[in-house]
Design a protein around this ligand. Structure first.
Ligand code: GAF
Length: 382
């Protein structure tokens, strides 16, 4: 997204020069639905970004404009609360967290827009939250550190958007590093940057453009199911704090105390964490095919055990598996739609893009969107 587009919209609306911030969406190589179970994830920030333009306006009111929706919204800093859906929640949610932390804000004008596809599992909302947070920090000279900022962004999602998300998306957006994935321990928030050295392979995203209206409530349901499993295991193993500490034999010990569904969900999380750890070892050795196998395992688990896939995503993963020049593929993000991430041999990528789009069209009668993404730095001032 060209920041000039957002800057000139800002100037035309408010007749001021804004501060500009860019904030990226993310991919995740492996480790899905592990973050809120205090496990590991392997995301990276990408060159699909939100741009935020902001300036003070000398009042107590905040005037917002979404370039992509061509909608405006005004709220007063003294009196605002979550709305019934919509992009305003992401901005107000961050403002609320910054105020709660004791920082003084005054009214501002804000315009945002970007090229992170909405609902594609690329974390457009985290990109916006993180971008707004840095923009406010810069505008009011708050000098906020990155870890508190990304936590405010996550809380905004919990308290205003109503999604009890983990920390992965906000962490990736805020902490991204060019050409590196972030291997993040979601319990301690210890992390290390992992060079993305894929050799002959290229990351390709295939966007089903399916957006499930119940995705948010199904996400919160999965969280609750994981917690049910933990509660049962804790009765036998009080040292357990989260699914991160649980093994399959421990889960077996309580299988009469939990439903089949809860058991299967928990198994998936335990196995996905293991796949991530094995996958990282493979990446370190440059074994891309081995890593790809872990990705296929991740997709199967998400589809069959965690049940967050959909026919379009399953079709794309199966198609990828039938091509020996694709090292691995899987659905990415919360699920119920959005993208698959594919590791495709560079020499075959045009063939793949053509063939998978044609097969998808034939099966579902819809266009497949394909993105080739670069891995970038995190949220930053332009
Ligand atoms: C969504 C959430 F926001 C993340 O925290 C994470 O749980 C992901 O789904 C699934 O891995 O993107």
């Amino acid at each position: 997204m060209n920041p000039d587009t957002i800057a000139s919209k800002f100037k035309s609306l408010f007749d001021q020069d804004p501060i500009l911030v860019k904030s990226p969406g993310r991919i995740n190589l492996i480790g899905e639905h592990t973050d809120y179970n205090e496990g590991f994830v392997l995301p990276a920030a990408i060159d699909k970004e939100m741009v935020i333009a902001i300036q003070k306006n000398g009042s107590d009111e905040c005037h917002l404009f979404s370039y992509d929706y061509q909608e405006s919204l005004t709220f007063s800093l003294d009196d605002f609360s979550p709305m019934d859906g919509g992009w305003g929640n992401y901005v107000m949610g961050v403002v609320a967290q910054i105020q709660k932390a004791g920082h003084e804000l005054s009214g501002f004008n804000l315009v945002f827009g970007g090229n992170v596809p909405i609902g594609a599992g690329l974390s457009s909302s985290a990109a916006l939250e993180c971008g707004v947070c840095l923009a406010l920090s810069e505008l009011f000279g708050l000098n906020l550190e990155r870890i508190p900022m990304l936590k405010y962004a996550q809380k905004a999602e919990h308290e205003f958007a109503g999604v009890k998300c983990g920390i992965m998306d906000q962490f990736a957006s805020m902490m991204g590093k060019e050409n590196h994935a972030i291997r993040l321990d979601c319990r301690s928030l210890e992390y290390n940057y992992f060079p993305i050295e894929l050799g002959d392979y290229q990351i390709i995203l295939c966007d089903t453009q399916v957006k499930h209206s119940l995705a948010d409530s199904a996400y919160n349901d999965r969280r609750n199911e994981c917690q049910e499993g933990v509660d049962a295991v804790q009765k036998v193993h009080p040292e357990v704090k989260s699914l991160r500490d649980v093994t399959v034999p421990m889960l077996d010990e309580v299988k009469d105390k939990i439903s089949e569904v809860v058991n299967t969900r928990c198994q998936y999380v335990i196995e996905e964490n293991e796949r991530l750890l094995t996958g990282c070892e493979m990446l370190e050795k440059g074994d891309i095919k081995g890593f790809g196998k872990q990705m296929y395992g991740s997709h199967d688990g998400l589809s069959q055990k965690y049940e967050v896939s959909c026919p379009e995503l399953d079709f794309l993963a199966d198609f990828a598996k039938s091509k020996e020049y694709v090292a691995g593929a899987r659905m990415m993000g919360g699920g119920f739609g959005g993208c698959t991430i594919n590791l495709v041999e560079k020499a075959k990528k045009e063939t793949y893009e053509k063939e998978i789009a044609a097969a998808f069209k034939e099966e579902f009668g819809k266009e497949l969107q394909i993105y080739e993404v670069d891995v970038t730095d995190g949220t930053r001032r332009v």
